[in-house]
Design a protein around this ligand. Structure first.
Ligand code: PMP
Length: 305
């Protein structure tokens, strides 16, 4: 259960949590055309709080809307400010932020063009794949559900309806005891996990699937590539086969919610040493240093609350 906070930002105003409701004819509820983001705000080492890569997340929200041709009633600058206001209004030092833009009620049918509503919700959210997962690694399984082809669903958009694919994959593997699902693309190459991008390490080479395949352009993926460059560990963006994961020294998943989570087992094969590997540990600690302002590659990544 999400821990209730005081206020939710809806269409330009901060309103009480209980009043942030929608009509059952909300178009997005029926057909899934809407866009959203997931962002984290962290407490910095100096006691202040900062939303991590806020501008990039809001930019992606607008990219997603552009892909769907969903008109956005507010500017990027307004939504950046609205996210900051939502965190301040709820007195949160750390939280997860969920901006969402959706088509409201009015006409029904696929041709409808009802006005867009925008909301920003903030709540406290701990480690998405568990604290133990962060330290010891998780057990993953390749799902029988593929990531949709590059010309089926638009993978560069964080679009509500797309998540049915991710949920099918996640439920399938969770029901048989695994923590997270990895999906292959329609060609059979490694795509991403249900809500994370994937990195693989072997003999010191670090690789991740390229932007041109069916993956979301993860902001954590981008942060981690930059953090690794700064550590002198180059990352190759290239196609990766399923069995490359099996024989890897290390596999880890990255995402705003999951942060940097090691994979210790995949399809019942232990990966590398069977727990968090040394490169994963380095990247994890450099990532946490970045989000907490201990050592951030670019000061503009921290939007101070
Ligand atoms: N892939 C998918 C399918 C996702 O839902 C997410 C989470 N937004 C990611 C990757 C990671 O993206 P980010 O690092 O921007 O959170």
């Amino acid at each position: 259960m999400v821990d209730k906070v005081d206020k939710i930002w809806l269409d330009g105003k901060l309103i009480p949590w209980e009043q942030a409701n929608v009509h059952v004819l909300t178009h997005t509820l029926h057909y899934g055309l809407g866009v959203f983001e997931g962002i984290r705000c962290y407490k910095l080492k100096d006691g202040r709080s900062a939303i991590f890569r806020l501008e990039e997340h809001i930019r992606r929200l607008f990219d997603s809307a552009h892909i769907c041709m969903l008109p956005m009633p507010h500017s990027q600058e307004e939504l950046v400010e609205a996210c900051l206001q939502t965190v301040r209004a709820n007195g949160l030092d750390e939280c997860y932020l969920r901006p969402i833009a959706f088509m409201g009620a009015g006409e029904m049918g696929l041709g409808a063009k009802n006005p867009t509503h925008t909301a920003i919700i903030a709540w406290r959210w701990g480690a998405y794949l568990g604290e133990e997962g962060l330290r010891q690694g998780i057990r993953a399984k390749v799902s029988s559900f593929q990531r949709a082809g590059v010309n089926t669903l638009m993978s560069k958009g964080k679009i509500n309806g797309h998540y049915v694919n991710s949920i099918l994959a996640k439920r399938e593997v969770q029901m048989i005891g695994y923590d997270e699902a990895i999906m292959l693309d329609t060609q059979g190459y490694v795509s991403e996990a249900s809500g994370e991008n994937i990195f693989v390490v072997r003999d010191g080479e670090v690789a991740t699937p390229p932007m041109g395949v069916s993956i979301l352009g993860g902001i954590t993926r981008d942060s981690v590539i930059r953090v690794m460059e700064d550590l002198g560990i180059p990352v190759h963006e290239r196609l990766i086969s399923r069995d490359e994961l099996y024989i890897a020294d290390e596999v880890f998943m990255v995402g705003t919610a999951a942060e940097v989570t090691p994979v210790r087992e995949l399809d019942d094969r232990s990966i590398g040493i069977g727990s968090r590997g040394p490169i994963t540990e380095k990247v994890q600690s450099a990532y946490f240093d970045a989000v907490r302002g201990v050592k951030v590659p670019d000061e503009s990544w921290l939007a101070i609350v």
